[in-house]
Write a protein that binds this ligand. Structure first.
Ligand code: AMP
Ligand code: MG
Length: 334
């Protein structure tokens, strides 16, 4: 079979990685806001004394406008388009976000690496998926030389520059978690009594706990493989090899790339859910865990005080500080 392409949200329905199953609130959600941003749908259901839709929309579009690769004036896209040595100025918010993203890359041993964008483009995973054939090993090797965070320098004078014009950043693997964090903070500051925030599969709970289902990464009759309780204030993010991919000659090439090889990750982890009060960390580490594999991912979780549930290639569910309830019997808790 040659070049079968799955276009997220175009040819097929988008894969929902997480599903909200049950929230404990007795009161119905009074208000809701939804839309489309960062290439994904979002919706926020909340119970609050006043209408917060403008603040919620502003928080999400601020993240998109500042950090999206496809938004012309965003600081990330300006940096991507700039030449070697040109300094891009960052305001306080942007400097803080850049610092956090760079620190998450370092702490994950560059399994989460925002400098991977030239490789993402080479493989045709810059959404929507356009890749149908894997690139040659020569092109991967050449592109790897332009895909390192060491080519960027973030300076305490609030500027960022790069030493290689072809190097490019993409914060996409951490930004939905960051946006969920920003919306959660808007809701908390406005004293919302309860809320659920869903941004492209990243979920935040406010004021109440919520049961979340993780979509089976392989064909299943069930709509979720297992569920767990997301506590109030927490954010969870899931990454997997089943979200965006193409198949070529019977091999699945998915969108999470191993920055060391420049090719789709081949670790034993096919789905990673990470839970933290730090949304950017939850999102970045979910991506990193698919690259790292279960053993190194668990060591990362221990170092960083996050909770997590992984599904391995042989359908085992490995948990770290989270209780799961299995729904699909093909999946076995370790
Ligand atoms: P996520 O869905 O959060 O796992 O993010 C995956 C997206 O981030 C991919 O579609 C790529 O655009 C980009 N990406 C792929 N591999 C990596 C990686 N190892 N580190 C950072 N970003 C990545
Ligand atoms: Mg991610």
């Amino acid at each position: 079979m040659k070049g079968r392409t799955f276009r997220r949200g175009v040819a097929l329905l988008p894969v929902l990685l997480l599903t909200i199953l049950f929230a404990n609130s007795c009161a119905p959600f009074l208000r809701s806001v939804n839309g489309f941003s960062m290439g994904a749908s979002y919706y926020v259901d909340y119970y609050a004394a006043s209408d917060l839709s403008a603040e919620i929309r502003a928080a999400i579009s601020d993240v998109d406008a500042r950090y999206s690769v496809s938004f012309g004036p965003s600081c990330v896209s300006m940096l991507d388009q700039s030449g070697a040595g040109a300094a891009v100025s960052l305001d306080e918010e942007e400097y803080r976000a850049f610092s956090r993203v760079f620190a998450l890359a370092e702490s994950s041993d560059y399994a989460f690496d925002p400098a991977i964008f030239p490789l993402v483009k080479l493989w045709g995973f810059d959404p929507p998926v356009t890749g149908t054939v894997p690139p040659s090993s020569e092109r991967i090797s050449e592109t790897l030389t332009h895909s390192s965070l060491s080519l960027f320098s973030l300076s305490s004078d609030h500027t960022v520059s790069k030493s290689d014009a072809a190097a490019m950043l993409d914060f996409g693997a951490a930004m939905k978690g960051y946006a969920a964090e920003r919306v959660r903070d808007v809701l908390i500051a406005a004293n919302a009594s309860s809320a659920l925030v869903y941004i492209g599969g990243t979920i935040a709970a406010v004021g109440e706990d919520c049961r979340i289902g993780v979509t089976p990464p392989r064909d299943s009759k069930e709509s979720f493989a297992f569920s767990f309780v997301l506590k109030s204030g927490e954010i969870c993010a899931t990454s997997g090899d089943y979200e965006r991919y193409f198949e070529y000659d019977g091999v699945r090439y998915h969108h999470i790339l191993d920055p060391k090889t420049g090719a789709p990750a081949t670790s034993d982890v096919i789905s990673a859910t990470v839970i933290s009060s730090d949304g950017m960390m939850a999102d970045a580490y979910a991506t990193a865990a698919v690259v790292l594999g279960s053993e190194k991912a668990l060591a990362l979780f221990e170092r960083s005080n996050v909770r997590a549930a992984l599904i391995t290639r042989d359908l085992k569910v490995i948990t770290y500080n989270v209780d799961v309830t299995i729904k699909d019997a093909s999946y076995v808790a370790e």
